[in-house]
Design a protein. Structure first.
Length: 137
């Protein structure tokens, strides 16, 4: 075990699930994450923001503030490249439609380059995966 790298899940009891069901759920969420990444990289801010829940929050920002900031930042870029690695997805115990996702994000654009560890919470709303929280992690 490595502090900060090894995930620990605490639950009251073990939940058993069919392997095929788990694989399908994982594939659906992985597809949503990839579409979010591709939409961000495309600089189509409306498509990018469509991945966020109306209940979204980030440290110090609600969805309206986040959207205004992203429109300003993305509009100032002539290109964006986003790479994701070390993606981990963990469903909250007894919460089938609530998942914490962590990954290393390699962001490059015409004005900035950085690599950071990111944490997102994804929730299923009307059969669609949406981001309800995003921050460093």
């Amino acid at each position: 075990m490595q502090v900060g790298l090894t995930p620990v899940i605490i639950a009251d009891e073990i939940e058993w699930a069919d392997a095929a069901t788990i694989a399908a759920e994982r594939a659906a969420l992985a597809g949503a994450i990839e579409q979010w990444r591709a939409d961000w990289q495309s600089r189509d801010t409306d498509r990018y923001l469509a991945h966020y829940s109306s209940r979204f929050a980030s440290p110090g920002q609600d969805l309206a503030a986040w959207s205004a900031h992203k429109r300003k930042v993305n509009g100032a870029k002539s290109w964006i490249k986003v790479g994701l690695s070390r993606v981990a997805m963990f469903r909250y115990p007894r919460e089938r439609d609530f998942v914490v996702v962590t990954f290393d994000q390699d962001y490059r654009s015409s004005g900035l380059s950085n690599v950071m560890r990111k944490r997102q919470y994804w929730v299923k709303e009307d059969a669609q995966w949406k981001i309800i929280y995003e921050g460093s992690g």
